[in-house]
Design a protein around this ligand. Sequence first.
Ligand SMILES: NC(=O)C1=CN([C@@H]2O[C@H](COP(=O)(O)OP(=O)(O)OC[C@H]3O[C@@H](n4cnc5c(N)ncnc54)[C@H](O)[C@@H]3O)[C@@H](O)[C@H]2O)C=CC1
Ligand SMILES: O=C(O)CCC(=O)C(=O)O
Length: 448
Amino acid sequence: MDVTEHVESVYAELRRRDPGESEFHQAAAEVLHDLEPALRKHPEYVDARIVERLCEPERQLVFRIPWTDDRGEVRVNRGFRVEFSSALGPYKGGLRFHPSVDLGTVKFLGFEQIFKNALTGMPLGGGKGGADFDPKGKSDGEIMRFCQSFMTELHRSLGEHTDVPAGDIGVGSREIGYLFGQYKRITNRHEAGTLTGKSVAWGGSHVRTEATGYGVVYFLQEMLATRGRSLEGQRVVVSGSGNVAIYAVEKASALGATVLACSDSVGYLVDEDGIDPELLKEIREVRGQRLPAYAEARPNARFVESGSVFDVPCDVALPCATQNELNREHALTLVKNEVFAVAEGANMPCTAEAIEAFREAGVLFGPGKAANAGGVATSALEMQQNASRETWTFERAEERLATIMRDVHARCRATAESYGGASHDYVFGANIAGFLRTADAMVAQGLV
Ligand SMILES: NC(=O)C1=CN([C@@H]2O[C@H](COP(=O)(O)OP(=O)(O)OC[C@H]3O[C@@H](n4cnc5c(N)ncnc54)[C@H](O)[C@@H]3O)[C@@H](O)[C@H]2O)C=CC1
Ligand SMILES: O=C(O)CCC(=O)C(=O)O
């Protein structure tokens, strides 16, 4: 069978079957386009219909989540868990609580997760979940009751050898605590490895909180080193001000960069003196305030409510908020301002057109499935500690994270080159490397 025709027919079929899932189509299009050289080299993948099978989740759960608000009124949300691939290990990937979540969003995230998890070299399958629940403005009691109801339904599908969720947008260690508590109560099992992102006080791993943001910066360091640069003196712009963004700011600053700006869904913050990571953490994580509170506390900082954080001139941009937040127009502004490198902390934050603009301008570009793999990799370290009933030190966990990110970077480059691409084409390298590992396992495991 002609490989191009094969890939095109798989793509056409997935669009036909699920026409409303534009984010899933976008994620699939990028990966499928890059796979052709691998399929030419390995006709056995075509014969076994690996691509077709990978595009169809092994299982998709959609469920009702009834809960009561603080006035005693009944509320109903919709929950999702897409168990995409168990070729390399238990389904693994976070839970997102945000009003925009639908099946297409969860499928795009779960699809990306397959390749990302494979790229880490760890024994992890791919999955993702969430709910169209808006945590904004909810009380602690409401969050707890919602998490309990969510887990009352989802617990049947989970287990340390089956499916292991973690956090994502709107789900942090508080939510993981409530979810775990309900899981334990219903199953009567203190099976710590069933959820990751737990508090270090009761089964979590040091560095999991920091891992995604730190990992992005480690990946960036490796990319810069290929051009003889370091982070020292670089002007960095980060989008978002949640978990990934905060720890990207912290690590980039610690390595000598000046982080000029970060953002939220209302606007962006500029601090000409460099964002102070401790103050940012205090405001966002401890006080739960928004970014204007930071601007009020620092003389050379301002909060801007129009335009985009990517208008701020910089050497390095780290989009760490959400999907499709950086479009072609933003990319062209960054290029005009001579951006040197972009690494995705969020999942699919750059549109296909933005990535094309970076490629045309020769900007170093680290795709999310490689650059933000540190989070899920540290989740795998958490599972490892849970299985052996150990708790590693912060230093030991961070050293493992740094090594994993160096390996992910090297794997992308080596794979890109060996399949006829440029070594700096991290998108191509990541897609092929993640695919090969998964495809080999699928062929070995037969038609399942
Ligand atoms: N938490 C993790 O370990 C990992 C997260 N990611 C990805 O990183 C991204 C951020 O996740 P977290 O930091 O965990 O979530 P979070 O809930 O801690 O923070 C999300 C941030 O994005 C901002 N945001 C949301 N929608 C926005 C919009 N439309 N425009 C501008 N800002 C917006 C929020 O204000 C917040 O600052 C997501 O794409 C997530 O899938 C990727 C790998 C692992
Ligand atoms: O640690 C995990 O399992 C979740 C990480 C995640 O959701 C992601 O990589 O996007």
